[in-house]
Design a protein around this ligand. Sequence first.
Ligand code: PLP
Length: 397
Amino acid sequence: MTNPARYIKEIQTPCYIYDLNAILARISLLRKHLPANAALYYAVKANSNLHLLKALAGQVDGLDISSGGEFTQCLLAGHLPQNFSFAGPGKTTAEIELAIKSACGSLSAESPDDLKRIDSTAQKLGRPAYVSLRVNPEKLNEYFALKMGGKASQFGFDEESLKTPPKLKNSQIVGLHIYAGTQSLSVEGLKENLQNTFALMEKLSKRLKLRIRQLNIGGGFGVDYFAGQKPLEAAAVCRALSKEAIRHPALKIILELGRYLAAPAGYYLCRVLNIKKSRGKTFVITDGGMHHNQSASGNLGQIIKKNHKITNLTRPRSAKLKVELVGCLCTPLDTLGWGLELARPRVGDILCVHNSGAYGYTASPLLFLGHPTPPEYLIEGNRLKLIRPGRCLQEFN
Ligand SMILES: Cc1ncc(COP(=O)(O)O)c(C=O)c1O
């Protein structure tokens, strides 16, 4: 991994730095262990920066897309729509039209109404829609930090509701999409999920008399964000997938990963503006915050707030000090570290929040309080390149 401290003289804070080599290394590790009939897709929602997407063209087999905006961004980046899997519980007719006109690889149908709209749009356009039926499994998998299936949900058809083959005029069902949850660090949990997913596919293909050509097993490979967590042994999960895949050699298995590929490759850098004591605590106030990195602030679905790995790039070897690390916003929610042991900072130091490459820029309320958006840089080889400038509030008018 590249040390982001190398680049502190070349950047403006607050900012993101992404290390392309780190993403490519993860892709090649997975490829070494995945079965031949598995396609490795990248989940664009994790990080949709155009230059990053361009750099991933030819490196991944396809993309998980969630909106017309992401769809167009990926076309701009040079990816082929035949390799897109477009999912989302609320696709508009315009988005469905875009997908069908572009011969999108598969559109996940998430409910009876969604399927009806996909089919009628295909009929209106006189072009086929390639549909993946998204299924919300009955079984809950406890190992995912955020569960997408196994409960009442807006995502997919409840497994038990799928009793008869859907009647379609202009759509072909190419397969199933079964994505049970995100952020699992447990090999056992992910193995169990694979077994359940394949068993469900076999059950539904018989019950619905479907010839399933494609099985999308979603994402969910976790990242060790917090102290005490061990990195996921992704190779072991890929080997478990090979065991399932061997019984279905003609099936295209789509694994669509966001967090696992992008998070460890991203650094969020901010600068210390003020240091203040209040009632026995030391507050380190930075020019960054939750408006840029909602995930690290703990406001993106974390129940118990825990600290990401955060380091002082300017003064890495100074003695540790317990601090409350906060951003510059006028809300107590704007915290980046609680009781954080940090190499004693001074005003002007640059701090780094690690594992920030996924669901950072894309999942944050960037305009909240009207500060500029953070510029983004990409390390390609050894060179740092500005890949999106910061934008001030007035540029969104
Ligand atoms: C349909 C779908 N696929 C893939 C992903 C990526 O998940 P992860 O980042 O856990 O790999 C998501 C994330 O929400 C998703 O909704």
